[in-house]
Design a protein around this ligand. Structure first.
Ligand code: PEP
Ligand code: MG
Length: 608
């Protein structure tokens, strides 16, 4: 008998997981990839990496090995075509491109030719040759700095695994086989696995690996399946039959919950689902007050993949596309062409609604070391956003050209961040005019009427909003920064977070004068800071006269719900009262009482 110490760690883990009852309320933390709560038993999916053996071939074995490999490629293609054909759901159909990507990888000459060459020239068996080729692919992906592109390595992993299984004659466990409601627990899941998930049976999933931008995570969000990923070892430690709770919003997984925890989560789940159903029933309803006043609710989006989510929650376009996300974590900035493709994807997906593309807002808390932003003592007040663009004119003009070119494919609005006054907007417009002239000379199509707007997020811009209004087609208020600069409170510093008060009388007055300036000039005014997403403030923003609000897509229905139960007159009266109060806490208390009495289900019982 081996002593426990001499046991292999894996065996030990298995013994612990099989024989030992897992402690009650065992809490594990991962990455919340898709919100929602699932309570159930695990269904372990065996996606453990296969053990491949490399061996040297005799000359006469070569032809047979090459044939086996090419057959495995064919079989893998056939299987993926079958997954494609079986997807009937219109919502999922838009994700078929992922399967197409996998099919393309199978057609990649490097993958096929390199493997065959290793078999033929180096006399390596097909398994070993395929492993070497896949390792080479993975190394290339691992060197990519861009998180989104690096996450595409999972596509190589999943197609590599399928190919290897087919080559080794192993059948792949299919998620279609699950015959009871369960939470899938796996080391990893491929997008093809996720697409096959039957939403009646698979109530959630947890995986050891994965990033928020992996295709699997994106699919989970768009399918509305709660998921927690990046849990490192969960696939090895959940015993069969364990009751588990997963909370895809917080990224928490609780194993073997006590009665008390279970009940608390059952209530949380019921409340979440009730809210979701109520919210989705708002999707097709207009964001309109009882007295017929329309407010356009749009989504804040960083990547094209988020557009389906925005549509699902009823966003009427993208009110803030943070273009800097195309520039982050990569060695060199994207070319003009690459940017056109990135913007065009969002614009076409969002049609017929408009997409407001904000030009680069680098700097502040968004660093791109590769773009040589100097170390600054006070980056929030330093060379960021449009100040940086106006210094790096070539980069800026390439972006303006790309946005203009994307405007040929749908409704595009362009917006400049961190404008502090008239001089800056005129400078921006001068470079825009050069870009338009160049494109006209080149015969490249663009929308010559594309609306041009600015973010109002610096106090000086708020103060001269009346002057700025005559220079632009719309305003969008960035409260995240406006509050930070108005109150001199670093938005990322937890020590002064208590001073970050959206209801500070100075903030309310600034918002009122911005809205007044827009109204006087007859231009629309939007808000795209986080304040727009919190339904607690919706009546205040309506009272102030915002025509548009842009927010994270899942917040759209919550805000719509409040607007639909309010009249403009109520909101204006409320605002008048709030504007008379002298401190942020007085304003806040007044609003809490008001919201709790008008919306007791949402904001609780009235405060004393
Ligand atoms: C804002 O400042 O409110 C805003 C929307 O921009 P960001 O959060 O990207 O600075
Ligand atoms: Mg900002």
């Amino acid at each position: 008998m081996p002593t426990p110490l001499s046991l292999h760690l894996g065996t030990l883990l298995k013994m612990v997981s099989v024989k030992t009852e897992i402690a009650q309320d065992t809490l594990l933390i991962g990455i919340g990839a898709s919100p929602g709560i699932a309570i159930g038993q695990p269904f372990q999916v065996d996606r453990v990496r296969m053990v491949t053996v490399e061996r040297r071939l005799a000359r006469e074995e070569v032809a047979g090995e090459v044939d086996s490999f090419l057959e495995a490629v064919q079989l893998s293609k056939q299987q993926l075509e079958e997954v494609k054909a079986a997807v009937s759901d219109a919502e999922m159909a838009e994700h078929l491109y992922i399967i197409d990507t996998h099919l393309l990888i199978l057609e990649d000459q490097m993958l096929v030719d390199d493997t065959v060459a290793l078999v033929r020239d180096e006399l390596i068996n097909a398994e070993g040759a395929l492993k070497r080729t896949l390792d080479k692919f993975r190394q290339v992906f691992d060197r990519i700095e861009d998180e989104y592109l690096r996450d595409r390595r999972t596509d190589i992993d999943s197609i590599g695994e399928r190919l290897m299984r087919n080559l080794m004659g192993q059948t792949q466990q299919s998620l279609c086989d699950i015959d009871r409601k369960a939470i899938v627990v796996a080391h990893d899941l491929s997008p093809a696995d996720t697409m096959q998930m039957n939403r009646d049976k698979i109530i959630g999933f947890v995986t050891d690996v994965g990033g928020r931008t992996s295709h699997t995570a994106i699919l989970a969000r768009s399918m509305g399946i709660p998921a927690v990923i990046g849990m490192e070892t969960i696939s090895t430690i959940v015993p069969r039959g364990t009751l588990m709770i997963i909370d895809g919003s917080s990224g928490m997984v609780i194993l073997n919950p006590t009665e008390e925890t279970l009940q608390a989560y059952q209530e949380k789940k019921a409340a979440y689902e009730k809210r979701q159903t109520e919210y989705l029933s708002f999707t097709d309803l207009l964001a309109e007050t009882i007295d017929g006043h329309r407010v356009v609710l749009r989504g804040n989006v960083e990547l094209a993949d988020e557009v389906p989510l925005a549509q699902r929650y009823g966003a009427e376009g993208v009110g803030l596309f943070r273009s800097e996300f195309l520039f982050l974590n990569r060695p060199v900035p994207p070319s003009e062409e690459e940017q056109v493709q990135g913007y065009r994807a969002v614009v076409e997906a969002m049609a017929p609604h408009s997409v407001t593309i904000r030009t680069l807002d680098l700097g502040g808390d968004k660093f791109v070391p590769e773009i040589n932003l100097a170390d600054e003592l006070n980056p929030a007040m330093g060379l960021r956003a449009v100040r940086f663009s106006l210094k790096e004119r070539r980069l800026f003009k390439a972006q303006l050209r790309a946005i203009l070119r994307a405007s040929a494919f749908g409704q595009v609005r362009m917006m400049f961040p961190m404008i502090s006054g008239i001089a800056e907007i005129r400078d921006c417009k001068a470079i825009l005019a050069e870009a338009q002239k160049e494109l006209t000379e080149e015969g490249a199509p663009f929308d010559a009427q594309m609306p041009i707007g600015i973010m109002i997020e610096i106090p000086s811009a708020a103060i001269v909003a009346d002057m700025l209004a005559s220079e632009v087609d719309f305003f969008s208020v960035g409260t995240n920064d406006l509050i930070q600069y108005l109150l001199a409170v670093d938005r990322g510093n937890e020590h002064v977070a208590y001073l970050y008060e959206p209801l500070h009388p100075a903030v309310l007055r600034a918002l009122r004068s911005i809205c007044q300036a827009a109204r006087d000039a007859g231009i629309p005014v939007s808000m795209c800071g986080e304040m727009a997403a919190d339904p607690f403030y919706s009546q205040v923003l309506l009272g102030l006269g915002f025509n548009e609000l842009s927010m994270n897509p899942p917040d759209v229905p919550r805000v719509k719900q409040i607007l639909r139960q309010t009249t403009c007159q109520q909101a204006e009266l409320l605002l008048e009262k709030l504007l008379l109060l002298k401190t942020a806490s007085e304003v806040s208390r007044y609003l809490e009482r008001e919201m709790a009495s008008r919306f007791p289900d949402i904001f609780g019982t009235p405060f004393s």
